[in-house]
Design a protein. Sequence first.
Lengths: 358, 623
Amino acid sequence: MAEISINGSSYQVDDDRTILSAARELGYDIPTLCHHSVISDCGACRVCLIENKKSGNLMPSCTTKVTDGMVIETENKRLRRARKTVIELLLSDHPNDCMTCEADGNCELQDLAYEFGIDKPAYGGFKEEPRFTIERDNPFIEHDPDKCILCGRCIRVDQEVQCSDAIEFVERGFAAKVGAALKKDLGDEDSSCVFCGQCVEICPTGALSYAPSLGEGREYQLKKTETTCGYCGVGCKLELKSRDNRVVEAGSIYRDNLPNPDGEACVKGRFGYEFIDHPDRLSRPLIKDKESGEFKETDWEEALDYVVDNFRRIKREHGAEAFGALCSARCSNEDNYLIQKLMRAAIGTHTIDHCARL
Amino acid sequence: MAKIASPRDLTQYQKQAKAARDKIETFITMCGGTGCEGSGCREVINEMDRKLAEKELQESISLKVTGCQGFCEKGPLMVVRPAGNFYCNIQPDDVEEIIEKTVLKGESISRLEYQDPKTEEKILKEEDIPFYQNQERVVFKNNGFISPTSIEDYFSVDGYSGLVEALFNMSQEEIIEEVINSGLRGRGGGGFPTGQKWRFTYQEDSDPKYVICNSDEGDPGAYMDRSILEGNPHLVLEGMMIGAYAIGSSQGFIYVRAEYPLAVKHINIAIEQAREWGLLGDDILGSGFNFDVEIMEGAGAFICGEETALMASIEGKRGMPRPKPPFPATSGLWGQPTNINNVETFGNVPLIIKNGADWFNSIGTENSKGSKIFSLVGKVNNTGLIEVPMGITLREIVFDVGGGIPGGKEVKAVQSGGPSGGCIPKDLLDIPVDFDRLSEVGSIMGSGGLVVMDEDTCMVDVAKFFLDFTQDESCGECPPCRIGTRRMLEILNRITSGEGKEGDIELLKRLGEDIIDTSLCGLGQTAPNPVISTIQYFKDEYEAHIYDKACPAGVCQDLIYYNIIEEECRACDRCRRVCPVEAIEGEPGGDPYILYDDICIRCGNCIEECPFSAIEIIPGQKE
């Protein structure tokens, strides 16, 4: 345990903690930009600075561990000026286009600008002319480096959680930006991006967006439904976002004890939701008309009766061994258990198989 | 070759090397440092080799190509020993005469001797030249004396005796104690007490530990570390070995810029030799201590001189710094305790161990001990590398060692500490040069760059120059450095192009202070220094740029104009002929010429060409 003083009050805290986590738990609000719970901290954004009263230095609270006897302040005039300058500098290199930005209402930079009351940043105002081009050569992720604040969250989630190593900082200084291998697009053949979308999820601004969701609604306009992904047996939790009863985005949920606690997803779970609202999707059972050869819609009652009648007939005429069942990895364990039980106990066959054999 | 198995063996080899050297009647040392290479020393060396062979003198006369001797201004340099004739600016054509007269007959060649610009006296010997006389060459002592590619040469100057002392006569704690007592502070810029750093790493209970030699010297115009590695690589290796033994490490890295090919070559040769002789590897000198060194070549990013960025680079990551704490001593390379020191720091270590802390202590000021190598450049007569005792005044450096300002001009300021240092005005030239005094006056020791500026230097332009460098070299990680230095540069550009406005000075100051306060690493934390220190000492120049739209030093092209002095102009037509934009009009032999300011691009051609000094620079904008 370490005894530390925060803003004049003393506390006992575990000595393996960062100042940020200890202070936040104790109810002190410290703004952050490059910090996120599922990735490591790098201390780059300089917004979470606190003042070490003993050394007189400003230190990033996200990377500095508490030590016994530490005396810090999380809020004072000097810190407010320092944080404000950092945010103003970021805004001086950021377009003032919140009106039409995809991330409006879901932007940490916007929140900080509001909190610090910066209507016109010093040092030249907002960015007037773009310095970069928008990268959209793939169907899934759009990257606008002009809105990027280089917090590196996308890079760290890519490298530490997804382990794709698809993106990194390229160039240096004022020209630095986030980029894929060989300065090509994420979808290029040299790219190791798997389009898990975690970079988009973790981006604090509008620099990264889902291409299929562009223009489909702001965060606060979307209805959110927690669901289990149906694509495979892992059972990832996803947050489907819909508008006018149509799914427009699959977001991440960050929660312990999930199969995907750090918001992981695969390309199918993240982007393969179009089928939900596809006109060809079967939503009612069909029975083939023997004479015309066409499928006709029916209700479940009739469809199940039809199946039962024919199961009985086939078993009578050809025996139980004429049956075989193939079930799906997209069903739950319970579903799969029931189908084998049905085959073995009700029909009497062991010919059962499953597609999860990759 | 047999490996050196014990201290006694080493003593034997040292004796043999000395005897072999003393046997040679005459040996010529020729500077082969990069500065002299640039002045053509290779051709002189080749010519010397050829002539010695032609005259069948190779047996009795030895030509030794050494590392940098420091006096780069006068290169190529040569010393004929043991007589000690010091020759400068040697050309291949001089070689025949040197051999015939000096080497064979002992006569001096006056033409090649150094001439003191003040007294105009010829000076025969190296040690009598003011440039050397006022130095305290400790780390550089053997640079001009031994061949950097010969381990025997290093043995001949008692090389590796410090290692023996450390391995066999001292405990790890005693070595650390000795370095602490010596008062040695890091020479790379930070000035942190070296022994303390060693102690922190020593105290960490973790294995493995690493030792890194930071040779990523990046300050423009500075080449102290380069010259040590080029001229005396074994000294650095020996320092690293002592450090490694003290902290309990068996693996070292030297991170050196790939743009230093000669340094890379020489340190590679030294490592190979040390391995062959058993000075690197397992059970060094039978002591049970194991140590080896690997070279990492940096790709040239300035930021990789910052220790955490350097370690990221060794790990194969993008060279970007991380916040401290944790310090490398606790969590460094691959998360292991790591001791990282600069080349010059390691170069001091064997000397401290050999001669004792008290000897080292006797040089310098209260809190800055020993000597410091500076790269003395700019508007000064004797540019080159100098090693001076801490506590020497800037005035002594500029006027005694440096030989004053060329062209009889006035000194205006001295910029210390590389691009992140501050400009010290002439009124403060009498301050003693040490870590604390330099930072008190708003500058830093840095790694040892000293740029002398004369009255023709525009301080706003100087600030702009250095900031342009640092903002370009920012890694881009943290906003204050990435965007802040950029914004400062934009304001400076505005000021020097005549667009400056009221409040700009205050804005620069405020932003500079915030960048210093909030940046992640040393680069951003010091980048505004040149601007802040020039505002502090030369505010009037900023004001002249902003309010009078005039550059008092006559440098900023938008804030000056050229004028032909009618009374001086003889209508010789030379200015008109060299003007690239036809801004000058006139008839040869006729009326004084006319210069059209709206066409003039202020290239300076006419001023250089005019034999009558009839063209003047006037600060301000023409009405």
